[in-house]
Design a protein around this ligand. Structure first.
Ligand code: NAD
Length: 248
């Protein structure tokens, strides 16, 4: 077991990439706490699957852009399960539209979830990681931070901010025994991409060397690499499983 008896907190764990990662971590021996936004039926299913793997699961509907609520959730997890070993900072959403059409409220809502929520969830768990001299933080960015895309100016800006944040925190945290890295997935079949138009999806697939979207489990495998003993030398890295969409 690569994560035997570790505690992982997954944001956005009810479905998609977060769910697949929660299950991959649980299968390797971790207990899982996760939050999600509403989506209670899928969250209950995910929790049941974690428990079926013989691990503890707890979950709450918590909006990570509400900093006080995120901190309260982190405190509840630490009080219930103990100190968190792995933070998978994954909760996210998107609003697709042309640059000139975004409102200030839309801009703020995207930045608040991806950047502010991610930053302060890490800050909430960081002191206990520092006290124990170990921890692992994985932030989910996107290949759009590396390549950009039409109708994704705010999302791409948020995801690029995540990569900058990851690198800076990695510098501060590594001497304290905490590894911080990012994953920048290519297009993955989830509820998030289900809202794309069929024309957009086909154009995306045509531009991918691999000719298909990825599966959430293919991102979970990268998360497991970064969280587990095989990832011990990754610090401040951005790994991008993306089907060849961005090659670097
Ligand atoms: P999804 O829509 O399937 O799942 C999103 C999860 O985040 C859900 O559990 C949802 O409840 C939760 N969530 C959304 N807003 C939240 C909030 N304010 N507070 C707490 N939880 C919230 O999406 P997904 O495709 O699995 O995306 C997961 C992450 O991966 C996101 O950060 C997304 O930007 C990123 N990503 C996805 C793709 C893709 O193609 N699917 C590609 C690159 C990056």
């Amino acid at each position: 077991m690569k994560l035997n008896r570790q505690i992982a907190l997954v944001t956005g764990g009810s479905r998609g990439i977060g769910r697949a990662t929660a299950l991959a971590f649980a299968a390797e021996g971790a207990d899982i706490a996760f939050c999600h936004l509403h989506d209670d039926a899928k969250a209950n299913d995910t929790a049941a699957e974690i428990e079926a793997l013989g691990r503890r699961a707890m979950h709450r509907s918590v909006d990570v852009s509400d900093i006080a609520a995120g901190r309260a959730f982190a405190a509840t997890v630490e009080a219930t399960f103990g100190p968190v070993d792995i933070l998978f900072n994954n909760a996210g959403m998107n609003i697709r539209k042309p640059f000139e059409a975004y409102t200030e409220q839309e801009f703020d809502s995207i930045l608040d979830v991806h950047v502010k929520g991610m930053f302060f969830m890490a800050q909430a768990l960081y002191p206990a990681m520092v006290a124990r001299g170990r921890g692992c933080i994985i932030n989910v960015a996107s290949q759009r931070a590396l390549k950009g895309a039409v109708n994704a100016s705010v999302y791409s800006a948020a995801k690029a901010a995540i990569i900058g944040f990851t690198r800076s925190l990695a510098w501060e945290a590594a001497p304290k025994g905490i590894r911080v890295n990012a994953i920048a997935p290519g297009p993955i079949v989830t509820d998030l991409t289900a809202t794309m138009t069929e024309a957009d999806r086909q154009a995306f697939i045509n531009a991918l060397p691999l000719g298909r979207f990825g599966r959430p489990e293919e991102i979970a495998a990268t998360a497991l690499l970064l969280a587990g003993p095989d990832g011990g030398f990754y610090v401040g890295a951005t790994l991008s499983p993306n089907g060849g969409d961005v090659m670097y």
